[in-house]
Design a protein. Structure first.
Length: 230
């Protein structure tokens, strides 16, 4: 069984994306705390690290340090880019882990079934990324914003997180600060509810997506005596 070290980054994963999404509150709790909770109490998760920028570290310690420490989550500083944050986390990966799962802390709306699926798929491929289907025509534009072409949505998918990487491949990426090439990545189709918080105006949308996510099945009592204990 794959054993995971989870790294949650707070820097935006692409140029032009809003950088404060992980701090946006969803029903009173920051997106980053909701994202951390996706990975708690899992037998195959050995370690969780949450990476914030150096500038945000003191405030993060003050606001979340107690909660994270109680949950066994290590808060570390790194940045300014997301790949710099992964490099910072790479220095602390547990020797007991076989794989690393990286996740954008501004994406708290991840289906339980998608997490189960990507963790299972991680054992078969060096790099696996969740990808959500597009539902509308994609417009290709040039640097000036002029329309160059229209493409049907069936030809494209939106790459989201989490990603899983074999530990050696992650450590390679962290050291070189280079993303895996497209040929290395296996895409796994996930839910289109996996949306990213960009700014506070997105909070109601993300809250709605979380409410729509399928819930994990709760195991019932195996015999009447077990049920009677409660």
């Amino acid at each position: 069984m794959a054993i995971f070290s989870v790294v949650l980054f707070t820097a935006p994963p692409a140029a032009g994306m809003d950088g404060g999404g992980a701090l946006v509150k969803i029903d009173g709790r920051e997106a980053l705390l909701r994202s951390v909770e996706l990975f708690l109490n899992r037998d195959n998760v050995k370690q969780i690290q949450l990476v914030v920028t150096q500038q945000a570290m003191e405030e993060a310690k003050r606001k979340y340090g107690g909660h994270l420490g109680f949950s066994g989550v290590k808060l570390i500083a790194g940045g300014p880019s997301w790949i710099d944050q992964l490099a910072a986390a790479g220095q602390n990966i547990s020797a007991e882990c076989t794989h690393v799962l990286v996740h954008d802390a501004a994406r708290p709306a991840v289906a339980y079934s998608d997490l189960e699926a990507i963790m299972a798929e991680a054992e078969k491929h060096p790099v696996v990324a969740l990808a959500a289907p597009l539902r509308t025509t994609v417009a290709e534009i040039d640097d000036s914003g002029e329309l160059k072409a229209l493409h049907p949505p069936q030809r494209f998918m939106q790459v989201v997180t989490p990603w899983t990487l074999k530990k050696d491949r992650f450590l390679d990426m962290a050291k070189s600060k280079r993303e895996p090439s497209p040929g290395e990545i296996t895409l796994l189709k996930g839910s289109s509810l996996n949306v990213r918080v960009g700014h506070p105006a997105d909070a109601s949308l993300v809250r709605a997506m979380i409410a729509m996510l399928p819930k994990p099945k709760i195991r019932g009592p195996e015999n009447p005596f077990e049920e009677a204990q409660w």
